[in-house]
Design a protein around this ligand. Structure first.
Ligand code: GTP
Ligand code: MG
Length: 211
């Protein structure tokens, strides 16, 4: 296989209420694993996935797994800096988490934007479709997505590995399109999010935790 001509480094935020499955989605996408145990994320976790995109492009995704409880904290402005895209996750089995979606979208839109001032591409994820009644929630999710200006929406299951790759591909496609449109592929400030203000603890090359 020929070596890629272009390489992008993209910071992607994953936000949503407590327990909706943000960490599980990331674990499924990056490592193809799933756990029934719930361990609430504290602050932010961080994972990296390298994706071969089309023939000549490599995408290095930095996934920022932001704890549900952070919506009530003061750190999100710092976490959101220089993000290229986001997932807002809700739990299809818990209506309250759908109601919170607009708050997460507002929080993102008020604290991070593209260079041209437009909102960053953001996908609405209705997770745990394995426990939702058959077809349940799909129309609500689409209506909410349209009403709040999301780029797209997907029903997923981290447990059964449903639609997670599709949702991520949809986001990556839009991020690359934005970078190409703005000519920012040559601009390290955009392509390389700065991580210097964090201290690594139990870091490894694929998955690191911040403290
Ligand atoms: P915080 O870190 O507290 O913000 O939560 P989170 O959004 O990261 O949720 P997490 O991924 O830890 O998942 C919470 C619980 O939901 C765990 O018990 C998971 O096993 C379960 N879970 C996650 N995804 C799915 C899914 O697709 N289907 C089902 N049935 N359960 C899921
Ligand atoms: Mg978590």
């Amino acid at each position: 296989m020929s070596s890629p001509r272009r390489e992008y480094l993209c910071k992607v935020l994953v936000v949503g209420d407590l327990g909706v499955g943000k960490t599980s989605i990331i674990q499924r996408y990056v490592h193809n694993i799933y756990s029934h145990c719930y361990r609430a994320t504290i602050g932010v976790d961080f994972a990296v996935k390298i994706v071969r995109w089309e023939r000549d492009t490599m995408v290095r995704l930095q996934l920022w797994d932001i704890a549900g409880q952070e919506r009530f904290g003061h750190m999100t402005r710092l976490y959101y800096r220089q993000a290229a895209g986001a997932l807002v996750v809700c739990d299809l089995g818990r209506a309250a988490t759908l109601h919170s979606v607009h708050r997460w979208k507002e929080d993102l839109d008020s604290k991070v934007s593209l260079r041209n001032g437009n909102p960053i591409p953001t996908i609405l994820i209705g997770n745990k479709c394995d426990v939702a009644p058959s077809g349940g929630g799909s129309q609500d999710l689409e209506d909410l997505s349209r009403e709040l200006g999301f780029t797209d929406c997907h029903m997923t299951s981290a447990k059964e590995n449903v639609n997670i790759d599709d949702a991520m591909s949809c986001l990556i496609k839009q991020i690359i399109r934005n970078m190409e449109d703005s000519g920012s592929t040559d601009d390290p400030a955009i392509v390389k999010p700065s991580l210097h203000h964090f201290r690594y603890t139990d870091g490894c090359s694929q998955c690191c935790r911040f403290q």
